[in-house]
Design a protein around this ligand. Structure first.
Ligand SMILES: *[C@@H]1O[C@H](CO)[C@@H](O)[C@H](O)[C@H]1NC(C)=O
Ligand SMILES: *[C@@H]1O[C@H](CO)[C@@H](O)[C@H](O)[C@H]1NC(C)=O
Ligand SMILES: *[C@@H]1O[C@H](CO)[C@@H](O)[C@H](O)[C@H]1NC(C)=O
Ligand SMILES: *[C@@H]1O[C@H](CO)[C@@H](O)[C@H](O)[C@H]1NC(C)=O
Ligand SMILES: *[C@@H]1O[C@H](CO)[C@@H](O)[C@H](O)[C@H]1NC(C)=O
Ligand SMILES: *[C@@H]1O[C@H](CO)[C@@H](O)[C@H](O)[C@H]1NC(C)=O
Length: 331
């Protein structure tokens, strides 16, 4: 993983929608209690592929390194069944759309999965997608503070690090803060209450950025496994966003990868670790670059580059505008 890559692309994916989250509903806090009671060990159900590998790898990163208010993730023994832990394991090649810029208003693109902003979309929109036979992944930033979110005032000053490069309204979060983790548990409750099938927690790669909090890969590994345990306890699935360097230590707990620009940065072989164990890579390329967002198809040459990369052959690739509006071009 090059730092250059992360500096350039780690922030292309979230943050828009400075308006209208509509529905910060009063969800029962009682769900949180479940989180500490159900031992979660992740992993695909009914997926023969790669089970053993996933379990062994999943065990590696399990040591809880920072004090938290929650139970440390359980140790995974080699033969332990995880059949009750994860109910939705999408297949390699699952098709998808991602739209984060505004509340979803176009569900016509015929794919298996929609990845949409958790705050900006309400339960009825998610229910509409379910009515169309689709699954819904709810996006939120887990590793950055966004000053416009409805729960922004819950963060403490001591939770906040440097401003994200290029994103003046966001700061890196201290991933081992118990307060931050409580807030993320509440967000997972919100996702559950809205009916999300899974979550897409972003910005978990502070270690690769000038975060101002001395965040390391170990902090990210512990945080991602913490999120996984809590997510699975709510019968939802989750994926790892970018963060190629920590894949071996968390992949056992992840149901997919969400990757941006692995073709552009020649990193797809790193993310193929997911498809190798039967888990999809939801992959985005932005051939138009940083500043062009329109409804025009990319050139045939651009499309071939994005779609035909030999390391990404089984990825769920989509071509998008950098602002992640509704426009999409499938491979
Ligand atoms: C978080 O990690 C940092 C860096 O390792 C450490 O200095 C700090 O004490 C930790 N804080 C908590 C609350 O665990
Ligand atoms: C896992 O199962 C195999 C086959 O039943 C057995 O030989 C092995 O000892 C088991 N490993 C553990 C850690 O229980
Ligand atoms: C868990 O999720 C699966 C797949 O989305 C669903 O079929 C099942 O009914 C859910 N179980 C519970 C207890 O909610
Ligand atoms: C969806 O909403 C966006 C932002 O308000 C708007 O620009 C776009 O035209 C809308 N699309 C449709 C299909 O209504
Ligand atoms: C990309 O793959 C498609 C489908 O297999 C094929 O039709 C097309 O010729 C390929 N393009 C290149 C440049 O390899
Ligand atoms: C893609 O998946 C197929 C079926 O699982 C597998 O045979 C093939 O080796 C995979 N290709 C790559 C490039 O991973």
């Amino acid at each position: 993983m090059s730092n250059t890559h992360d500096e350039i692309c780690s922030k292309v994916h979230r943050g828009w929608g400075l308006f209208n989250w509509r529905f910060w509903s009063s969800l029962p806090k009682s769900m949180v209690a479940l989180l500490v009671m159900i031992p979660i060990v992740s992993l695909a159900v009914g997926l023969g592929v790669g089970l053993g590998v996933g379990l062994r790898r999943g065990g590696e990163g399990k040591g809880s390194k920072g004090p938290t208010t929650t139970t440390p993730p359980p140790t995974i023994s080699e033969n332990q069944t995880t059949a009750t832990a994860v109910k939705w394991q999408p297949e390699v090649g699952t098709t998808w759309q991602i739209e984060l810029l505004y509340p979803l208003n176009d569900t016509s693109f015929d794919v298996d999965v929609y990845d949409i902003d958790m705050f900006d979309n309400d339960a009825s929109r998610i229910s509409d997608l379910h009515g169309q036979g689709r699954k819904v992944i709810c996006y939120f930033s887990a590793g950055s503070y966004e000053n416009w979110r409805p729960d922004a005032d819950k963060f403490k000053d001591s939770d906040l690090g440097n401003t994200l490069d290029g994103w003046p309204n966001e700061k890196w979060l201290k991933l081992n803060s118990s307060n931050v983790r409580e807030i993320m548990l509440s967000r997972l409750d919100l996702a559950k209450g809205k009916g999300c099938d899974g979550v897409d927690p972003d910005n978990v790669d502070g270690y690769d950025n000038d975060n101002g909090l001395d965040l390391t890969e170990d902090h990210s590994v512990d945080f991602v496994n913490f999120l996984a345990e809590a997510t699975h306890a709510l019968n939802m699935s989750l994926g790892l966003k970018n963060s190629g360097a920590i894949i071996p230590k968390v992949i056992g707990n992840m149901q997919w990868s969400v990757n941006e620009q692995c073709v552009q940065y020649n990193e797809c072989s790193i993310y193929a670790a997911f498809t190798d164990v039967g888990k999809p890579v939801f992959h985005i390329e932005y051939p138009k670059g940083d500043n062009t967002n329109n409804n025009k198809a990319v050139t045939t040459a651009q499309k071939n580059t994005a779609c035909n990369n030999s390391d990404a052959r089984n990825f769920s690739t989509v071509i998008k505008n950098m602002d992640l509006d509704s426009w999409i071009q499938a491979c």
